[in-house]
Design a protein around this ligand. Structure first.
Ligand SMILES: Cc1ncc(C[n+]2csc(CCOP(=O)(O)OP(=O)(O)O)c2C)c(N)n1
Ligand SMILES: [Mg+2]
Length: 679
């Protein structure tokens, strides 16, 4: 365990801490990695230094991006560097060569470290590394569109299956090369891993190697506290794998472990359980220290460090790199100044998931988080509804159910990273008379556990599904996390009502209604970030199933939207149109698959032109429901939704890219009204 480093001689930033501007950043250029690789020095010492140099660059990229996963990147980096620089033939043969060894990370959120390693190898340019989580730059989770990335990941638990497929394909196509898949240890809680583990052994996939980054932590708590893995080596061995374990930061040990794999039986898949430290390389991010500092939660899983923490971390890494170079009789590392962001930091990165108690929240637009209101509502309902129980799949902080867990530990079930298990368990709870509220990100809950939800719904019981992080924003994590398909996945189920509340007040009312009053299942879509503006509901407002609320009156067109993000854009569009002399009525319509026909007839009757803004794909949500309503039959209905794959970038970049920011919407609506071109 290290102690937190204090700032050293080599300060890496000049200005004082300021959330709206970035400090000066310095990157280690690719030539410096080449210099070290070409030096005639002890290889293991050089590999350790290369990993630290990558840590420094990953830190800079994440700081500049304003978000990203450092803890996991740092625990994995010695292994990643060892594989790419020393063990695998990929860099030598090239990423297009069919004979190459394939490496990818199933966990995916460790990708800032992998990007830094690919930059060190000259595969990713400096310009691109500096555009982490920006439109046209590097996605927040792996995407095969980026050079050196072999598989899309970010939704945990799929990598071993995919690797198994790659090995099968290599065999079928007569190609050489191994397939090496990195997994997290928490990630192994996903059941799919165990399907793949037994399948790979049964099929003698000897060229499949799995490296478990055994850092003993998951989102922000120890694996032992969430869902203990038990004797992992023994489990893997029982599943038919050749298993070894070593210190994942010791290059000599890694070398030996991989040599053992190469010498092992060719028809037996190989698993390395690499003992690592989450946050390795920066003393105050290393998990033994950071867990104590965080009072039992680890704060460096997700989110960028503030200026002060960044500077301390960067200095510590660079000082160790220089000391290491000196010990090898090499010159200190040269740095290059990173050009400032073209636009400065004028955008907010609000809403990026962050971990741990006490992590500073990034710049925000308002103080309102609907997800806070959700967590508070659950707490207040605990007494009124004794049958209420809350389930979580290792996202308790992001889903704001930690307070419920602490207050009602016996009514809280932590299932680990196992959404399917969670949903079917909730089905069992509901069958025996409890009211379960099931939490995860919409992406993982509605889609991965869709069959389990269907099965539960078919039993006629009631479960409340909290679909967190629903919608386009935040857009930095990329398409694995942005959920633009969940409503379409659930809307066809006869007894699931989908609601997407606009503000804290509506969220509280929806949660109360769902838990206390609703007769059937309710799926509540929730924005994860702060509301871009406070949406005011009328003083006499009451939640009425199937009915929306007019937020702004108008005469030229009617625009329905839902949720804080898109309602903000809808209102911004109406404000822009008002400046142009057109008046748009804006309605908050939180019910995505239920509508009160009488209310709708009255609402739309003055308007020949009706518009919908979806925080969803244009398929299967509010627009599609309205399209089927008789009230809309003689009207033109135009649906603006997230077309194609959701863009990765800042909120402003992503909204504009999809034509869903207020000003683009105003233009699109103007055009539709003027030309009569709808759709
Ligand atoms: C299917 C799925 N569920 C939940 C998440 C959210 N999530 C991201 S990282 C993480 C914890 C991963 O822990 P571990 O596998 O141990 O990786 P580490 O960060 O420790 O390297 C969780 C729950 C996800 N990305 N995918
Ligand atoms: Mg872990």
């Amino acid at each position: 365990m290290g102690s937190p480093a204090s700032g050293g001689a080599r300060a890496s930033f000049a200005r004082s801490a300021n959330v709206s501007t970035l400090p000066e950043l310095h990157l280690i250029p690719q030539a410096e990695f080449e210099r070290l690789r070409a030096a005639d020095v002890d290889r293991d010492a050089a590999l350790a230094l290369l990993a630290d140099m990558c840590r420094a660059n990953a830190l800079v990229a994440v700081k500049r991006a304003g978000s990203g996963h450092l803890g996991s990147s740092f625990s994995a980096l010695d292994i990643v560097v060892h594989l790419l620089v020393e063990e695998l033939n990929t860099a030598e043969l090239g990423w297009d060569n069919p004979e190459r060894d394939v490496f990818f990370s199933s966990k995916g959120h460790d990708v800032p470290g992998l990007y830094a390693a690919l930059h060190a190898l000259g595969v990713i340019s400096t310009e691109r590394l500096l555009r982490l989580r920006r439109l046209g730059g590097l996605d927040g989770h792996p995407d095969v569109g980026v050079p050196g990335i072999e598989a899309n990941s970010g939704s945990l638990g799929m990598g071993i299956s995919k690797g198994r497929g790659m090995v099968w394909a290599k065999h079928r196509l007569g190609h050489g090369g191994r397939v090496v898949v990195m997994t997290g240890d928490g990630e192994l809680q996903e059941g799919q891993n165990w399907e793949a583990l037994q399948g790979a052994a049964y099929q003698h996939a000897g060229r499949l190697w799995v490296v478990v980054d055994r850092n003993e932590l998951q989102s922000d708590k120890p694996t032992e506290e969430i869902l203990a893995l038990g004797d992992l080596e023994e489990k893997l061995h029982t599943f038919g794998w050749q298993v070894t374990s070593c210190d994942g930061h010791d290059h000599a040990a890694l070398r030996e472990a991989f040599a053992g794999f190469r010498a092992g039986p060719p028809d037996v898949p190989k698993a390395l359980v690499a003992q690592t430290v989450k946050g390795k390389g920066v003393s105050f991010m290393e998990h033994p220290y950071a867990l104590v500092e965080g009072g039992g939660t680890y704060r460096w899983h997700a989110g960028a460090p503030d200026d002060e923490a960044f500077a301390r971390a960067h200095v510590e890494l660079l000082e160790r790199v220089d000391a290491g170079l000196l010990a090898l009789h090499l010159d200190p590392v040269k740095l290059e100044l990173v050009p400032p962001l073209e636009e400065g930091r004028t955008y907010g990165l609000e809403g990026e998931p962050e971990s741990g108690a006490g992590a500073p929240r990034p710049q925000r637009v308002t103080d309102e988080y609907v997800v806070d209101a959700f967590g508070e509502a659950l707490l207040s309902l605990a007494e009124r509804e004794p049958r209420l129980v809350v389930l979580d799949a290792d996202l308790a902080s992001d889903c704001r159910v930690r307070a419920f867990e602490l207050a009602h530990p016996h009514r809280f079930i932590e299932v680990g990273i196992a959404e399917q298990d969670m949903v079917s368990m909730a089905a069992g709870l509901a069958r025996l008379g409890l009211v379960p509220v099931v939490n995860s990100f919409a992406s993982f809950l509605a889609s991965r556990a869709n069959e389990q939800i269907y099965n539960q719904a078919s039993e006629g019981t009631k479960v409340v599904y909290a679909l967190h992080y629903a919608g386009l924003i935040p857009a930095g994590p990329g398409k694995s996390h942005q959920s633009l398909r969940d409503a379409s996945l659930l809307a066809a189920l006869p007894n699931v009502t989908i609601v997407h509340p606009a503000n804290a007040e509506e969220t509280r009312a929806v949660v109360e209604w769902a838990v206390l009053a609703a007769a059937e299942n309710v799926a509540i879509r929730l924005a994860i970030g702060p509301s871009p503006r406070r949406i005011d509901l009328p003083a006499d407002w009451e939640l009425t199933p199937g009915r929306g609320t007019t937020l702004r009156a108008g005469t030229d067109g009617l625009l329905l939207a839902y949720g804080p993000v898109m309602l903000h854009e809808a209102l911004a569009a109406a404000e822009t149109l008002a400046e142009r002399g057109a008046s748009l009525q804006v309605v908050d319509m939180p019910w995505l698959n239920r509508v009160d026909a009488e209310w709708l007839v009255e609402l739309v009757s003055p308007f020949p032109d009706v518009f919908v803004v979806e925080d969803h794909a244009p398929i299967g949500a509010l627009g599609d429901m309205l399209r089927r309503e008789r009230a809309l039959e003689a009207r033109s209905l135009t649906v603006f939704g997230v077309e194609g794959w959701p863009a990765c970038g800042t909120p402003a970049e992503a909204l504009r890219h999809h034509g869903l920011d207020g000003s683009s919407l105003a233009d699109r609506i103007t055009l539709a009204l003027r030309t009569g071109t709808r759709g």
